[in-house]
Design a protein around this ligand. Structure first.
Ligand SMILES: Cc1cc2nc3c(=O)[nH]c(=O)nc-3n(C[C@H](O)[C@H](O)[C@H](O)COP(=O)(O)OP(=O)(O)OC[C@H]3O[C@@H](n4cnc5c(N)ncnc54)[C@H](O)[C@@H]3O)c2cc1C
Length: 488
């Protein structure tokens, strides 16, 4: 007999653990478990182990709202984030609810049972339950494929005789001291890796087809540390969180409203940070406007410092070919390398690759579906996908979804409803669609045709603004959801 739970959460990352804390605190009588394919918690922060791995966001908003980040640094490295998550989960006994090695491969909603029936891959670990049932399913599987990175075509790369690495699968024994390293890519991963590698490598070169925006940011926030000296813990935590929430909100909207002014400001900062030998153009003049793609932060300007110290360099242009020991650019520039890092991005994946169906009927083309308030999928009963923000700390978005799940579960319990299905009314079926993620980063653009979309009117609008989304999660009418009573 499959175990029967009230709520099943898939994913023991930031999203899953935050939802678990909210559910067990607000709905203490419900039974729940977190299923995760991996052997430990942390998700992204456990998987990525490349040198220098750290957050881009401040931990006051990236950390859980219910467990204040209390270290003096606002930006943290990967291992510290995992330790913080483990400690926070232990405080609430959440770690006992996690079932590791539980890779969910399919989830079928059974209308007759009013439950999700989850099937696990039990081929590798004998103790794994083959099936688990749940009345409500929370998907906190993140947004990318854990097993396969984004594939890009780099001519001649197979001829390279040195070591080739993708940051998603960084070999822990890779020796890069006194080696020449070429990093292909210009996103957050490349910007993080370069100063870390430059500490001991003989030379690190960032090879970018097109530049991104990079902004220095203090590793420790003076306001946060001052406030924490003056006020007691919880008050200080709230003040600092609000500062960072408002700051990122205002920065994003200012960049979107005044892109030329934002461009000028970021360029001015970069010119101040760059050594005279590296010109702003073409290396730091992106083709897109600020915040059309995620803005990269570099703590205490470490990326620029590596350039100033002459330990790192930037090459901008198209790669002609890779030879056994170098990357050759179309303009003839040759970057010799012992190690080639392809920091070319993540492969997006919805629902952790789980095959979803309703009464045995596969969900079908995801691109044809619309997302209800950024968290429930058209026609799927009792399922919430937890997606964070790309224009602010992920956790803020995960929190609005967790709050919504609790509200919905309480509402259904009060009214005796057994299912809630987002249903697009006939008159809105032809509404204008827009991408559910409002950035045009390469990995998002490449996946657009396989992602569900948002609509152009409530409640189908995308989730992009913490303040509005939290209001909606807690108080907005539940229009668009069709409820059924089936007291099974
Ligand atoms: C290198 C890197 C740096 C980042 N830095 C930031 C940052 O500074 N700020 C920010 O806001 N965001 C950042 N992000 C985005 C980041 O992914 C989120 O911030 C956040 O950690 C995602 O949490 P999550 O719990 O939603 O998903 P994840 O952390 O991806 O966790 C998903 C979990 O689900 C499990 N899972 C997946 N599929 C299945 C399945 N089929 N069955 C069972 N379990 C499954 C995985 O094993 C994993 O444990 C970064 C992302 C990356 C890759």
């Amino acid at each position: 007999m499959a175990e029967d739970l009230d709520v099943v959460i898939i994913g023991a990352g930031i999203s899953g653990i935050n939802t678990a804390q909210r559910i067990q605190t607000q709905l203490p009588g419900l039974s729940y478990a977190i299923l995760d394919a991996r052997a430990s918690m942390g998700g992204t922060w456990d998987l990525f182990r490349y040198p220098g791995i750290r957050s881009d966001s401040d931990l006051y908003t990236f950390g859980f709202p219910w467990d204040p980040w209390d270290a003096p640094n606002s930006i943290a490295d990967g291992p510290s984030i995992v330790r913080y998550m483990e400690k926070a989960a232990a405080k609430y006994g959440i770690q006992n609810k996690i079932r590791y090695h539980h890779k969910v491969i399919s989830a079928d909603w059974s209308s007759s049972q009013q439950r999700w029936i989850l099937t696990m891959d039990d081929s590798k670990v004998a103790s794994v339950a083959k099936q688990i049932k749940g009345r409500f399913l929370v998907i906190g599987t993140g947004y990318y494929d854990y097993n396969e990175p984004l594939q890009t075509v780099i001519p001649g790369i197979e001829t390279f005789r040195g070591t080739r690495v993708h940051p998603q699968f960084w070999p822990q024994d890779l020796e890069f001291s006194n080696k020449r390293v070429a990093v292909i890519g210009s996103g957050a991963t490349a910007v993080t890796l370069i100063p870390a590698l430059a500490e001991t490598a003989s030379r690190v070169t960032m090879i970018q087809r097109s530049p991104g925006y990079i902004m220095p940011m203090p590793r420790e926030d003076r306001f946060a540390n001052l406030v924490r000296r003056i006020f007691p813990g919880w008050i200080a935590h709230r003040l600092v969180r609000w500062k960072f929430m408002l700051l990122s909100f205002l920065l994003f909207h200012w960049c979107r409203a005044y892109p030329q002014a934002a461009r000028r400001l970021i360029a001015k900062v970069a010119v101040k940070e760059l050594p005279a030998s590296i010109p702003l153009s073409p290396h730091f003049t992106p083709a897109y406007n600020p915040w059309e793609q995620r803005l990269c932060a570099c703590p205490d300007g470490d990326f620029f410092k590596a350039l100033r110290d002459g330990k790192a360099a930037v090459v901008t242009g198209h790669i002609k070919t890779v030879t056994p020991n170098a990357v050759v650019m179309e303009d003839g520039t040759e970057v010799e390398a012992d190690i080639l890092v392809t920091a070319t991005g993540l492969k997006m994946q919805m629902f952790g690759g789980i095959a979803l169906s309703v009464d045995g009927q596969p969900l079908g083309d995801l691109a044809k579906k619309v997302v209800w308030r950024g968290q429930m999928l058209q026609d799927l009963p009792n399922l919430c996908m937890v997606f964070g923000y790309t224009n602010a700390s992920w956790t803020l978005g995960a929190e609005t979804s967790a709050q919504f799940v609790c509200r919905l579960l309480k509402f259904m319990r009060r009214r005796g409803f057994s299912s809630a299905v987002p249903t697009v009314p006939e008159k809105d079926l032809s509404m204008k669609r827009s991408p559910m993620m409002n950035l045009n980063s390469t990995y998002i653009l490449k996946a657009r045709d396989s992602l569900p979309s948002a609509g152009n009117k409530a409640p189908w609008l995308p989730k992009v603004n913490y303040f509005r989304d939290l209001f909606n999660a807690l108080w907005a009418p539940l229009d668009g959801l069709v409820f059924t009573k089936n007291p099974l």
